[in-house]
Design a protein around this ligand. Sequence first.
Ligand code: GDP
Length: 459
Amino acid sequence: MKMGTMATINQEISFEIASLICNEFGYNLIKSDTSEIEELEIEALMEIEEDDEKDLLPRPPVVTVMGHVDHGKTSLLDAIRDTDVTSGEAGGITQHIGASEVNVNGQKIVLLDTPGHEAFTSMRARGAQVTDIAILVVAADDGIMPQTVEAINHAKAAGVPIIIAINKIDKPGANPERVKQELSDQGLLVEDWGGDVISVELSAKKRINIEGLLEMVLLVAEVEELKANPEKRAVGTVIEAELDKGRGPVATVLVQGGTLRVGDPIVAGVASGKVRAMINYKGRRVKQAGPSTAVEILGLSEVPSGGDQFVQVPNDKAARLIAEKRQELRREEMLKASSKISLDDLFEQLSEGKVKDLNIVIKADVQGSVQAVKQSLERLSTDEVQIKVIHGGVGAITESDVLLASASNAIIIGFNVRPVAGADQLAEKETVDIRTYTIIYKAIEDMKAAMSGMLDPEY
Ligand code: GDP
């Protein structure tokens, strides 16, 4: 103010004034190499351009296998990989890079190597959607089990089409009809029951009807009209990453748009660098990777996280600056109270029109309570807010429940159950609101109160 600038502590002052003040106190103020123009360019580069319909070309589907433990997910993945005879190359050993490809009648299908809905939803919780189609494995001798229901609800919450693989039909106790009956109880009506969900009966172990399943995958892919523009700058998602002793940071990325080439400067999460080499699922070096291709890349400055977005940028400097900017944003995000839904600020979010659907995950000690809580809560829906129970199950609140809630912006309600060790920490990290009750009407009361802005804050 002595220098004639009337500014409060919250206002910006010019570089010249700031520099004079710094000198006064014995410091030198240096202009950062990020000029204002660069700042704008960086912001523009961080946005992914919308695609023009005319630039879009069909792309192969990316598939995740889900289902209850021991129903045959791993066996099915193995069986699918075995069908790939087109290569006909000697010693074509599949290398583990987190994803693989098969060719069916000259068409490509990409398989994510980590089966299960946890991997699927943890990606989604980070804002990444890589799966186009979910194959739900159900053992014909066991039927629908708790993790089958979880998988169904995780796939539904993500809006990903489901193909049912009724597995183990070679077993004496196999009963595919019972599986279809149980699926219909879950709201999945298969085709021969008059519905539109595709189901395929097969045996992963005996390699029966694996081709039949893959043809259905291609059929669903066609209906979904999966497309991407191969000509724009490359963009996609990190599937997995690690620090390799000899090779440094190694990341498997799925290219989702554009074409990635060796030598391209990229940013992956908060890591940056130049693609030094690319290796495909067969362990071969490749020079370029188009849409729906998974490749391992070398050359990043550090190890990104699974679910991080990667994007190609014009030069090394932009890569570095964007990585810095992302780091800054991530720090800010962690500091800032999250924008996720909670009962405490439900009314506020409703009033501001920020939420229309209130998603809920219910866990209870017995199935009867799940149903009772679900019905009572859904009945509270109004014109302003639709209450949707996206998953209900028996048992403690698990990390998988928290991830689903995080990915779907949902609240978790536990009835006579508590979070397992680890789940509450994860909930805190993901800022997922968990409410536990022992009396149903108390849950209803709280929900009503939250919807009308009358809920007493919880400390
Ligand atoms: P995951 O836990 O879902 O990955 O299941 P796995 O693929 O590990 O399979 C569990 C068990 O079921 C293994 O012992 C498999 O050999 C067996 N299995 C998988 N598919 C079939 C099948 O089609 N028929 C029979 N009889 N057994 C199978």
